[in-house]
Design a protein around this ligand. Structure first.
Ligand SMILES: C[S@@+](CC[C@H](N)C(=O)[O-])C[C@H]1O[C@@H](n2cnc3c(N)ncnc32)[C@H](O)[C@@H]1O
Length: 318
């Protein structure tokens, strides 16, 4: 089992914090669900708006967030709050099926700074560590299994789709060749293989040469898109009328999935235009609060480079 990390000064900085608070517009007495608790930065800002009344349900699949939740509890002693450990797709479905309703739901996707910064989690190409990358350390699939067992075509497709890696095929081929001699155990071995598979000029291009492959593996290991797509309908089901859903995505595929999902529920009647009255009965379920995804300003990106690729979408249940 992983030791719990203790809260420290270098913890995760909540992204688009001001925008999330303004757009989710939490009122005292409401129920808030933070699907991605992490260090509890967004939760604390939203809890302040509850003014001691209401409820905050925190979800995270990573058990090492527990000390952060304990700190949150000490800061807001009067608030009803609980931490549910698990994939938000599963937890939201259980809550919705049990009739739990919410006024504001937040998803701040991806990994936290604490996960990246702890070398033993294997998320980082910057430190040599066991190949892992599981947000939930009890999950079956780790990066080690994926890298050693997926076939070449599957690896190439993961690197291309989730990492937009230009040399996806070459890297997949190099991995398969290298693992035939010795399986990959450590991030350092993988970084070396990735670098060697790339043409020399590409190694000095856009950021660290292993950045895109590591991102792609992390998304695949944690089935991040699958969880998001399963969670969105459950979140909408949980929302009360006028309830708000906010999603911060860091990858264009995630942002596109959110955009498409919201659009799909924004439309009303689908009857042919020559029908005198509506017979389909379809009514809009969501309304976007922002016309386009909200992006961080230059000041936020300068202070927190991780915010650079963030896109926030917010919708209200009609
Ligand atoms: C970007 S961090 C959230 C940071 C948080 N908003 C804050 O201000 O501290 C994402 C967190 O969500 C968790 N997470 C990501 N995907 C998840 C999922 N499908 N189910 C549950 N937790 C998830 C990760 O373990 C991580 O702790």
């Amino acid at each position: 089992m992983l030791p719990n990390a203790l809260p420290s000064a270098t913890d995760h900085v909540p992204v688009l914090a001001h925008e999330v608070v303004e757009l989710l517009d939490v009122q005292p007495g409401e129920t808030v669900v933070d699907c991605t608790f992490g260090a509890g930065g967004h939760s604390a800002l939203l809890a302040e708006r509850l003014e001691g009344r209401g409820k905050l349900i925190a979800i995270d699949r990573d058990p090492t967030v527990r000390p952060y939740f304990a700190r949150f509890g000490r800061r807001f002693p009067g608030l009803q709050s609980r931490l549910l450990r698990g994939d938000f797709a599963v937890v939201l479905r259980q809550l919705a099926d049990n009739g739990v309703r919410a006024d504001a739901i937040l998803m701040d996707l991806g990994v936290s700074s604490m996960q990246i910064d702890r070398p033993d989690r294997g998320f980082s190409y910057a430190a040599d560590a066991p190949l892992d990358m599981r947000m939930d350390p009890t999950a079956d699939l780790s990066a080690r299994e994926l890298v050693n067992e997926a076939d070449e075509a599957e690896l190439a497709s993961i690197f291309k789709r989730y990492g937009e890696e230009r040399y996806a095929k070459q890297i997949a081929r190099a991995i398969v060749r290298r693992r035939a001699q010795r399986p990959f155990e450590r991030t350092g071995d993988l970084v070396e293989t990735i670098k060697a598979a790339m043409p020399a000029p590409a190694r000095f291009g856009d950021g660290h040469p292993a950045k895109r492959v590591f991102q792609a593996l992390r998304i695949a290991v944690n089935d991040e898109l699958g969880s998001l797509e399963a969670a969105l309908p459950a979140a909408v089901e949980m929302l009360r009328p006028d309830g708000r859903l906010a999603v911060i995505a860091f990858h264009s595929l995630e942002d596109r999935a959110v955009k498409r999902f919201v659009r799909g529920l924004e439309g009303g009647c689908e009857c042919p235009p020559d029908f005198p009255v509506c017979v389909c009965g379809k009514e809009p379920v969501l309304r976007s609060v922002v016309r386009k995804a909200v992006r961080p300003g230059a000041q936020e990106t300068a202070a927190n480079p991780r915010a650079g690729s963030a896109r926030l979408r917010v919708a209200v249940k009609t």
